[in-house]
Design a protein around this ligand. Structure first.
Ligand code: NAP
Length: 326
């Protein structure tokens, strides 16, 4: 078998400086593994954090980054039904490669009718949004959910899922220019984050007292979000785009009994029984088929251009995709 190419980092550091494309000897799929010819993979903030050595969990080096991606099964190992061959699947971890082997239990089969371009972003962010909305509070029809980083892939999925479930969203964005784009997804209210946003937000809420707030920014943005919660409400932190620590006034705990929780999809997936995982992806694929979760792609790069790709991803504005084959 010819060698395959993979993006790898041999030490943690600035992604564009430490990433290189290596030739690797291909390995036949082992027991209960499938060999996947990769098609594409997005670059997510967690990928950059992992390469920088700033993620919650380190991996042995050298490592292939890529916390999600999409490809087609081309071979199976012992114990795997041959009907997997030819199926499009989503893989988790080590996705930035032309091909590789993954345990069959960890790949997700993509239903017919979804293109690779649509499917490649469905493994991480929409499931995170779904679980953030369903795991922490029982929301009733018409209830409000608050969030920051509303332009992010998770934030956009939160808006689309909430709209589908009959919940309202109040969304903080950091650029006024992003408000219209977020409204077009179905956001009920959009406010530019800043010191004076509370009065505007409260006016938009019209007396409603939200019980759930989703935080992907940290720092004072999270404080402002929590300030809008009802007594006993929950702020779930799942990202830290500002890289600033949470700042929680004592009174939020003493007088308002707010709950501060965290969420990590990897932890949830490691603990969840297989039927819960498949039911989660059934919901995600059903919504994707109805038009939700279209990626906001700003650029596409070949694997050999991975340094340019991560540089573009750091600039933000939408997802950068790596084309890996096909
Ligand atoms: N815990 C989990 O299991 C889990 C799962 C998935 C994602 N995440 C996390 O969720 C967050 C969003 O991921 P994503 O893939 O959806 O993001 P994304 O699509 O790449 O978007 C990034 C978002 O962060 C905002 N942003 C960038 N730098 C910022 C800063 N310095 N201060 C405030 N906002 C900033 C961007 O705003 P602009 O549009 O204005 O640039 C945009 O809304 C990340 O922190 C990611 O690691 C966590």
């Amino acid at each position: 078998m010819p060698s395959i190419r993979a993006a790898r980092y041999h030490r943690c550091g600035v992604p564009r400086e430490v990433l290189q494309v290596d030739e690797l000897a291909p390995v036949l799929p082992g027991e209960n593994e499938v060999m996947v010819q990769m098609l594409s993979a997005p670059i997510n903030p967690a990928d950059l954090n992992l390469i920088e050595g700033k993620y919650g969990e380190a991996r042995p080096l050298p490592d292939v980054p890529g916390n999600e991606g999409c490809g087609r099964v081309v071979a199976v190992g012992a114990g795997v039904d041959r009907s997997w061959v030819g199926r499009m699947v989503l893989v988790a971890d080590q996705a930035w490669r032309e091909s590789g082997n993954w345990p069959v239990a960890g790949v997700v089969a993509v239903p017919d009718g979804l293109s690779a371009g649509r499917a490649t972003v469905l493994r991480v962010n929409p499931p995170t949004a779904w679980l953030l909305l369903h795991q922490f509070t029982t929301l009733r029809p018409g209830d409000w959910v608050l969030q920051n980083a509303a332009t992010s892939a998770v934030g956009r999925a939160v808006i689309e899922i909430a709209r589908h479930r009959g919940w309202k969203t109040l969304n903080l964005v950091r650029r006024a220019a992003a408000a219209e784009e977020v409204r077009a997804l179905g956001a009920d209210a959009v406010v530019v984050d800043g010191e004076d946003m509370a009065a505007t937000a409260q006016e938009m809420l019209g007396g409603a007292v939200p019980r759930l707030a989703l935080n992907a920014v940290g720092g004072v943005s999270a404080t402002r979000l929590a300030g809008l919660l009802a007594p006993g409400g929950t702020l779930v932190t799942y990202g830290a785009m500002s890289k600033e620590a949470l700042k929680i006034p004592n009174g939020f705990l003493i007088f308002r009994d707010l709950l501060f929780r965290g969420f990590w999809l990897t932890r949830w997936l490691r603990a969840a029984p297989p039927d819960q995982v498949s039911s989660l992806f059934d919901q995600i694929f059903r919504l994707a088929a109805s038009g939700c979760f279209a990626p906001r792609v700003v650029a596409e790069f070949q694997l050999g251009e991975v340094s340019a790709a991560v540089t573009r991803a750091e600039e933000g504005g939408g997802k950068v995709l790596l084309r890996l084959g096909g």
